[in-house]
Design a protein around this ligand. Structure first.
Ligand SMILES: [Zn+2]
Ligand SMILES: [Zn+2]
Length: 649
């Protein structure tokens, strides 16, 4: 897809595409454990309900499932029984035995009900027959057998049922066979498995903690954002002042960082003509589904005639409309096409390159309402976007600098675990009916080599994923883990060697010839929506001082006039230094005031009594940490300013 940065996270597919043998070979140890666990679960279910008909049982993110047709509705109340049977199978320590069979043999066994079963049965293994038909001619057909249970399966598995670590069944959903609603509806039984009990428990603890840190819950409690479905729309968050404060801090961080790295800032409007997206290739087809429907407006002939340039060109006073068609306008779903036009707006020389155009651009993407989720999946996205136009020979340097920027941000936010997923193209899909990638084999090779070399040389933590590149170039998805160990995809970088050509972008090179630049799309801080959603969970709403919506609150012990004046002067001093400081000068008891401030997650509380005033001091209290003692006012103010400036954790 010519989607640039910030693809929305992909949900587990209702029925994942059939795994290729390559996919299977890449299955991790944990995935093997989980998939093996699905076989063991099927074994257990068959002991309880021998008539059960099984369909598919792949590993998925965080666990596994197996689809089953059964007249008994399996509910969580059945889980203990099923788990008991599973434990017996694990204790028996059966080997997962692989057997290659002919298609005829497999079909015969399926007709006898022997596949996905403990023994031959009166009814055929109907879903296995369907699965068998999906196996391409020439691909080997294999069984995996543990004890009496035989399944049609390409594997891979662990060696023995006894190798399965700790597992737990989690929930039941429903799904159509092969994801097609014309097919029978099946029960999808989900579970999860880990190498050992400690890891299993850590996983459930993490889920509990994630619930406690849910960004929607904390966002509402702290008054960061609202989603006003009645008057605005779902998927279009409104940032409240406290949320907007975080937005502003992130933009400030981005602007400072990018400025230092030689970026220049641009501003682009939120709509454009259809022509822009036809040129970029997002329209007519590729990205249409993700864009809002167009606005159709009749061209304003009168006003365009009044514009001097048009009057000169028309050379006639005719009142016949010069444009008979109406023009379509689209809300922008990505910033790159606008930036490409900015590149094209002036003649460019190699001397100006790399040209790094940055913008916190707002994009609109049409998401089904069922897909929307808090700040994580939205319809308006404020993106930390930039496009770097560079000469191919400068690519490594530029790309490296982008990676360095990521690492710097990770440090600022205390992100300790990350991985860059480097997606490459599939040479078999450059042409033909299932072509998925621009047919530029040389450019693919060059850019992929460049990206790979840069990643290798920089010592960055990355994995290579074949066949998932964007249509116009290799891409890198940046995954990070929050402090509680939950994974987020924050941003996508892409190398684009195709779209600049479509826009006819050129620069005059040293040898006076015109050349097409490479374009790097990058958005290290992703979108405000996704990134702040992540940060809320990461910090559980307890933001570091520089990011805290309310950084300082000055609390008076009592409401004595001189004391209040002293407190107000401190608030004023802080605010004149751009510190988000508030005062609580009322008659409430100090403990009540502290409680309020703690509840609002105010980072630093300055408690002031008459003695503090006389000494020119303040008593400092930090959110969640309690009293850290009285200090001279000047020292405290200086320290606050310094901590904010350093973006101290
Ligand atoms: Zn299997
Ligand atoms: Zn872009």
């Amino acid at each position: 897809m010519p989607d640039e940065t910030q693809e929305q996270p992909t949900r587990p597919q209702p029925d994942p595409e059939r795994k290729t043998l390559d996919d299977r070979a890449r299955m991790t140890e944990l995935e093997r454990i989980r998939h093996s666990c699905a076989h063991v679960m099927a074994t257990a279910i068959l002991r309880l309900w021998p008539e059960a008909q099984f369909a598919s049982g792949p590993p998925v993110e965080n666990g596994f499932y197996y689809d089953v047709e059964l007249s008994h509705r399996i509910s969580p109340e059945d889980f203990p029984r099923i788990e008991e049977e599973m434990k017996k199978e694990i204790k028996a320590n059966h080997v997962f035995e692989k057997k290659i069979v002919t298609r005829e043999q497999a079909m015969q066994d399926a007709r006898r009900g022997r596949l996905g079963a403990l023994s031959e049965r009166p009814a055929p293994s109907k879903f296995k027959i369907g699965n068998l038909e999906d196996i391409p001619q020439g691909e080997p057909i294999s069984y995996y057998q543990n004890g009496d249970f035989i399944d049609l399966c390409a594997g891979p598995h662990v060696m023995r049922t006894g190798n399965l670590g700790a597992f737990k069944l989690t929930h039941v959903a429903s799904a159509y066979y092969k994801g097609d609603e014309r097919n029978p509806q099946l029960q999808r039984i989900y579970g999860t498995a880990f190498k050992n009990k400690t890891e299993l428990e850590a996983h459930f603890h993490m889920l509990e903690e994630a619930k406690r840190r849910d960004h929607r819950k904390i966002g509402a409690e702290m008054g960061l954002f609202v989603i006003d479905t009645e008057y605005v729309w779902s998927g279009l968050p409104l940032w409240l002042p406290k949320g907007a404060a975080i937005v502003e801090e992130l933009e400030k961080l981005a602007k400072e960082t990018e400025f230092a790295a030689g970026y220049v800032r641009v501003k682009t409007p939120h709509i454009a003509k259809e022509k822009l997206y036809l040129t970029s290739g997002h329209l007519p087809v590729l990205y249409k589904e993700s864009m809002f429907p167009p606005m159709e407006l009749a061209e304003d002939v009168e006003s365009s005639k009044r514009e001097p340039s048009n009057r000169e060109n028309s050379g006639t006073e005719s009142t016949i409309p010069r444009f008979s068609d109406s023009t379509k306008y689209y809300l922008k779903a990505m910033n790159c096409p606008h930036h490409h036009r900015i590149f094209a707006a002036q003649p460019r020389s190699y001397r100006e390159l790399p040209l790094r155009l940055a913008e916190y651009g707002t994009n609109y993407r049409y998401e089904q309402s069922g897909e929307l989720f808090g700040l994580m999946r939205v319809r308006s996205l404020n993106m930390n976007d930039a496009h770097i136009y560079c000469q191919p020979e400068k690519f490594a340097e530029e790309f490296n600098a982008v990676n360095e920027m990521y690492l710097k941000y990770f440090k600022t936010f205390g992100i300790e675990k990350y991985v860059m997923r480097f997606s490459t193209h599939d040479p078999a899909r450059l042409t033909g009916d299932n072509a998925k990638f621009v047919n530029e084999p040389e450019l693919w090779k060059q850019t992929e080599d460049m990206v790979r070399d840069t990643l290798k040389n920089s010592g960055i933590n990355y994995v290579e994923v074949p066949n998932e590149a964007a249509f116009y170039g290799p891409k890198i998805d940046v995954q990070v883990w929050s402090v509680i160990g939950r994974e987020f995809t924050l941003a996508t970088n892409q190398v684009d060697f195709a779209v600049p050509k479509r826009f006819g972008l050129v620069y005059k090179d040293r040898d006076n010839t015109e050349k097409t630049p490479l374009c790097i799309h990058r958005a290290p801080l992703g979108t405000h929506e996704r990134f702040i959603g992540f940060l809320i969970e990461h910090y559980a709403g307890n933001f570091p001082l520089w990011l805290a919506p309310e950084q300082v609150r000055v609390l008076t012990i009592g409401d004595d006039a001189a004391l209040v004046d002293y407190a107000k002067s401190i608030v004023q001093e802080l605010r004149s230094n751009m510190v988000r400081a508030e005062g609580d000068y009322g008659t409430d008891k100090i403990n009540g005031k502290i409680q309020h401030a703690e509840h609002a997650k105010v980072h630093t509380m300055l408690v002031i009594g008459p003695r503090d005033r006389e000494a020119g001091a303040v008593s400092v209290r930090l959110h969640g940490k309690g009293n850290v003692g009285a200090k001279p006012k000047a020292e405290v103010v200086a320290d606050i300013l310094q901590a904010i400036k350093e973006r101290r954790a």
